[in-house]
Every structure is written in structure tokens, then in C-alpha cells.
Design a protein around this ligand. Sequence first.
Ligand SMILES: NC(=O)C1=CN([C@@H]2O[C@H](COP(=O)(O)OP(=O)(O)OC[C@H]3O[C@@H](n4cnc5c(N)ncnc54)[C@H](OP(=O)(O)O)[C@@H]3O)[C@@H](O)[C@H]2O)[C@@H](O)CC1
Length: 447
Amino acid sequence: AYQSSFNSRLGFAATAAAASPATEFPLQSTINVLVESRRSRVHPEPEGLESLPDKKARLLFASRQRRLPDCAGLLHAFADARLESISPPLPLRKRQQQQQKNSAVESVEQQRQRLLYQSRKRGMLENGLLLSCFADRHLPGMSPAQLDMYDAIINEPSNDWDIFYWLTGAKPLPSRYDNEVAKAMIEFVRNEDRESRIRNALLSAALATSRAAMSSWTHLGQASAVRIDEQLFAEYGFSVEQLMELAGLACAQAVHRAYPPASELDGSTSRPRVLICCGPGNNGGDGARFGYSPSVYYPKRTDKPLYRNLLKQCIGSGIPIVESHPTAATMAADYDIVVDALFGFSFKPPVRPEFEAVMSALSGASVPVVSIDVPSGWDVELGPVLETQSIQPDCLVSLTAPKMCAKHFTGRHHFLGGRFVPPELARSFSLNLPCYPGCEQIVSLNN
Ligand SMILES: NC(=O)C1=CN([C@@H]2O[C@H](COP(=O)(O)OP(=O)(O)OC[C@H]3O[C@@H](n4cnc5c(N)ncnc54)[C@H](OP(=O)(O)O)[C@@H]3O)[C@@H](O)[C@H]2O)[C@@H](O)CC1
């Protein structure tokens, strides 16, 4: 009964066989486990819900998962022998499914994190060992195209042994996977330096490499920043108001994270006084959306409805608008934090005379300065080129992606904000950026 119904009703047949006390089936313990597995279900699936290949795959999987070692061994051997011709249908990779649906794809960094995880969990211990050590060393430096190659090699084959045989040279590599990443993997597995690799790469090592990956986050040049901006509007239908609102919210969260009000720490009633210096462009708009306990300094007013309305909202909300040029001394005396929202990625040095006073006040400020996107006065790509007016912010909030000048940032807090970049746009610009946690608008870029 057991054998004849194997192809269609393995579990039920096992139940029947076990129910007969006269059964002297050599795999009695096997059957008992199957019976137990059946009984533990609330009800077997109605006929037809589970396809035959799915059922075989599930049973093969279940055979390997039994807890009692003797049963697991028997079941494994049995299932291997009986099911050897069956290739378990693996779920399609998430990305393939997403591409098929023509929907958004995961970010490069999400893909890197997933591959790091998957490299440590490739079913077979041998593959876990080889892949986790390889991933530990090479994943952080892989380009998006190389990540795709690696993704295909470790996730497409349905038989883990194939991966093992290809990498160890026991079987020739199929042409589909014959690429630079596979070659690097084969080279790594050859282990000519006789490196000791007796354990899966440790989680601490994986974390360390993901920290190393932070230093490889994308840094945009001025032209790319402008092109991304244009595409967000022209191709993805965003309005400047939307993006500015989200950027402003990110800045507010960053300031709150970096300088939490004392009231939240010790219950005191004092509120941090924040001066927000707004420039004439969108960077200034990001500053104006920020909300803490602010005063706004807005020396050069832009005559566009968006800016007029932002100013109206500040005045309507009772936020003081500071008319006189703040100096380093007044900043120290009257404020706890100064937000530098003067210039963003469209800034072209040198600073024009009308902004020199506030720039030199910001450069000499003794209170923490939070720069939005680009520290004002810095060259967007080269960084602090004008030594006489170099702001040294304590906190930098990069928007969309850090600009190249952020490599010169030495302050304590670096955040990325602007959680609005569509994954496809990120991919087309090869943006390698961290994921935003939960529903946060910012992610820390600090090592
Ligand atoms: N997609 C994104 O990533 C998003 C970006 N966002 C934000 O927008 C920022 C970019 O905005 P933006 O293009 O308006 O440029 P930004 O630098 O703020 O101002 C240019 C103004 O400065 C002036 N100016 C220039 N050089 C000068 C000088 N030497 N001395 C004096 N003035 C000078 C220039 O004058 P003009 O040359 O036009 O006469 C113009 O008036 C970006 O960094 C980010 O913060 C978010 O809002 C949302 C999403």
C-alpha cells in the first residue's frame, strides 16, 4: 500500500500502514514520523490544493527536518532514493518575481544585505562555509552588476550540490554563470594561501564588513545630483513641494536624533533654541520646513508662491523671523543649534558678498551647526575649498545621496534623508545606499 500509492498519497498511505499492527515495514520509524506529522495537522489539505511536485518537494524537505536523528537519517535516505529524480521547485527569486510584475525592485543595498544573509544559509554546510567566507570578503565591494551575477549563481540552481561542484571544479561551470564573479569564487575556493576556513563567517565579521560597505556608499557629483532632481520631477511626477516637505521632515528627525531636547532626557522644561538660516534656493526651503523651536533667518527672499507661502506659514505659526545678520557671538548667546540651509547642490563658489557675513558667522559658530545636504560654501564635489569661510558642521543631513563633498565631513553625525527615491531611479544611477529602518525618514551614515 505504501509503495503503490507513493506517487499520489505518500502521507495517507503511511498512516494506513502504521495503523496496521501486523505491518513489518522496514521503515516503521519513518512511517511513525509521517503519521505524527499528519496527525499534528488540524486537517489535511483538501485534494487538489497541493500539486504533486509540491507535495513531493514538501515531503523531501520535511524528511530532512525531522527532529529525531535516527528518523531524520532514515527519512532522508528514503526520500533521497525515492525522490531523486525530482527537482524541488524553488520559489522564484524575489527580484525575478518583481521584475515579472514589472514593479519596483529592491535597492542595491537591500540586495547586498539579502545576499550576505543567503550566503550564510545555503542549506548545505559546505556551501555555507564557502559562500559565507566569500561574501564576507567580496560582497561589500561588488558593483550592482556583480551582485546580480552572484545572486544568479547562488539562487538560481535548484540543487545545492551543483553550486558546490562548480566552485570546486568537479563539474564544469555552465556558460550562463561563466562570468567574473564565478571566476573569483572558484579562485577563492581554490584557497591557494591555505587560509583556515573552518567556520561560517561570523555575524560580527558580517557586521564589520557591512560597516566597511558604508565607506563605499555612493557620493554624487553636482551634475548627477541635478539630473536625479530633474528626473524626480519630469519622469516620476514629484512636485517640489512634496520633496521639500519630505526633506524637511528628514532634517527635523535628524536634528531631533542628534540633539534630543533635554525635556526628553531629564524632564526639564527648557527647549533648545534653533536658528535656521535659509538660502534662496530649495535648500532654504528644506530648512523652513524644519520644526523644533525655531527662529528663521531668511536674508534673500525668493519671490515664488512656494517660498512666500512657507514664510507665511512660519509667521502664522508664531516663528520669529530674524531680520538682522546673526554673528558668531549672537549665535552663541541666543541659540543652542544653528541649521545651515543656505546653499545646496546648486551652489557655485565663491560665496557672493551678500552672504559673506552670515557665512563667516556660521564658520565661527561655537554652537553645533547642522548643514543640510551640502555645508554652505563648500564646493559640492571638492569640499571646503575656501579656507577663510569653511563651515565645519557637527551634523550633516545628506539628501537623496551624499554628495562628493561629504567625504570631507568630520563632524559627529551624518544622516541620509530623502526617502522618496524610486528604486528604479536608484538603480539607474547605481546608487549604493543603506536601507531606511522602519518608518524613519533618516538613516545614520556614521561608521
Ligand atoms: N532631489 C533632491 O535631491 C532634493 C533636493 N532638495 C534640496 O534642494 C537643494 C538644491 O536646490 P537648488 O537647486 O535650488 O539649489 P540651492 O543650492 O539650494 O540654491 C541655489 C541658489 O543659491 C544661489 N547661489 C548659487 N551659488 C551662489 C553663490 N556662490 N553665492 C550666493 N548665492 C549662490 C543661486 O542663485 P543663482 O545662481 O540662481 O542666482 C540660487 O538662488 C538640495 O541641495 C536639497 O537641499 C530637497 O528640497 C528636495 C529633493
